[in-house]
Design a protein around this ligand. Structure first.
Ligand code: PBG
Length: 330
C-alpha cells in the first residue's frame, strides 16, 4: 500500500462518512428488552410525588404503580425493579416480611398488571424498612450483624415470592446472602424465582438522591458491607462467591465510575451481567443539562451505550421508558 504523509492510504473516516454507514458498522446497540426501570412505591400515597433530586422520577402509590407498569410494558422495557417506602419503620424492618407490607402489595399489583410482558423484580434489602437506615440488623454494639441479617433476607425472599415476584435483587452486600436466599426460596417451593445478585456494589456517593427517594435517614455509613471504590480484584472474589452460591444474574453498581469492573466481570462469567445506572448518575446529567451545559438526550444515550459496550447485557436505568419510547440508538 502506497502512501505519503499528505495522502494516507488507510482512512478509518470512510466508515464514519454518513449516517447509514455508521449504523452499519456500529458495534454496540441498546435494546429496550434489556432495560430495567427502577420504580419507587410509597405506602398510602394517593398521587405520584416527584423526587426533587431525581428530576423526572416519582414515588408512586399503588394506583399509579399499575399505570407505570403498563407504560413500561407498552414501551417494550424488559423489567421493573420495585423499591418500597413503608409508613412504619422499626429496628428489624418488620414491614419487609409482613404479607401485606407495601413491597409485597406492590409486587402483587405489578405482577397482576404485567402478566408475562415484563419481568417484575424486587429489591431485597432492609434499608428502606429499618429506622436506623442500615441494610441489616444491628447487634448490641450497633454493628451490622451479618448472619442475623441473613435470616431476615431469607424471610423477605419467601414473602416476596409469595407475592408473585419473578426475580429478587439482594442489594445488602451481606456475606452469604445469595446462598441464604436460594435455600429459603427452594425450601418454600419457589425454585423458579431467580436471583439478580448485587455482586459488586460499591459504597458510593452516587446513591445520594436515592436515599431521598426511599426516605432513608442513614446513621453512619455502609463501608463495613459495601465495597471500597479502590478495589477491583475484590469484585472477582465476590463474583466467585455469588456464582458458587447460585446467582442467576450478577450486577455491578454504580455503572459509570465502574466500567472497568463491569468489563472484567463480563469477561469472567457466563451469566447475564447487569449494571445499575444509579440515582446520582441521573442527577449529574439532569443537573448539567438543566443549566444548558450538556446535551441531555445525547448524554443519556452515550452513558447507556458506554455501559453496554463495557459488558452489561442488562441495564437498570431511570430513563428506561423514555429512551425505549423516544429511540435508543439515535
Ligand atoms: C439499598 C439500595 C441502594 C440503592 C439501591 N439499593 C442505596 C444504598 O445502598 O445506599 C441505590 C440506587 C440508586 O442510587 O439509584 N437497598
Amino acid at each position: 500500500m502506497t502512501s505519503d504523509s499528505a495522502h494516507p492510504a488507510l482512512r478509518p473516516r470512510r466508515l464514519r462518512s454518513g449516517g447509514a454507514i455508521r449504523e452499519l458498522v456500529a458495534e454496540t446497540r441498546l435494546h429496550a428488552k434489556n432495560l430495567v426501570l427502577p420504580v419507587f412505591v410509597k405506602e398510602d400515597l394517593r398521587e405520584p410525588r416527584p423526587i426533587p433530586a431525581m428530576p423526572g422520577v416519582v414515588q408512586h402509590g399503588l394506583v399509579s404503580l399499575r399505570k407505570a407498569v403498563r407504560e413500561a410494558a407498552d414501551a417494550g422495557v424488559g423489567g421493573i425493579m420495585l423499591f418500597a417506602v413503608p409508613s412504619r419503620k422499626d429496628a428489624v424492618g418488620s414491614e419487609a416480611t409482613s404479607p401485606d407490607g407495601i413491597l409485597q402489595r406492590a409486587i402483587h399489583e405489578a405482577v397482576d398488571e404485567a402478566g408475562d410482558a415484563l419481568v417484575v423484580m424486587s429489591d431485597l434489602c432492609l434499608d428502606e424498612f429499618t429506622d436506623h437506615g442500615h441494610c441489616g440488623l444491628l447487634d448490641a454494639g450497633g454493628r451490622v450483624d451479618n448472619d442475623a441479617t441473613l435470616e431476615r433476607y431469607a424471610d423477605m425472599a419467601v414473602a416476596q415470592a409469595r407475592a408473585g415476584v419473578h426475580t429478587v435483587g439482594p442489594s445488602g452486600m451481606m456475606d452469604g446472602q445469595v446462598a441464604a436466599i436460594r435455600t429459603a426460596l427452594d425450601g418454600a417451593g419457589f425454585a423458579d424465582v431467580s436471583i439478580l445478585a448485587y455482586t459488586a456494589k460499591y459504597a458510593s456517593a452516587f446513591y445520594g438522591p436515592f436515599r431521598d427517594a426511599v426516605e432513608c435517614e442513614l446513621r453512619g455509613d455502609r463501608k463495613t458491607y459495601q465495597m471500597d471504590p479502590a478495589n477491583a480484584a475484590e469484585a472477582l472474589r465476590e463474583l466467585r462467591l455469588d456464582l458458587a452460591e447460585g446467582a442467576d444474574m450478577v450486577m455491578v453498581k454504580p455503572a459509570m465510575g465502574y466500567l472497568d469492573v463491569l468489563r472484567t466481570v463480563a469477561d469472567r462469567c457466563d451469566l447475564p451481567v447487569a449494571a445499575y445506572q444509579v440515582s446520582g448518575e441521573l442527577a449529574m446529567v439532569e443537573a448539567a443539562a438543566a443549566r444548558g451545559w450538556i446535551d441531555r438526550d445525547r448524554a443519556i444515550r452515550e452513558t447507556l451505550t458506554s455501559i453496554r459496550r463495557a459488558g452489561a447485557t442488562i441495564i437498570l436505568t431511570y430513563w428506561a421508558v423514555e429512551v425505549a419510547t423516544a429511540g435508543l440508538n439515535s
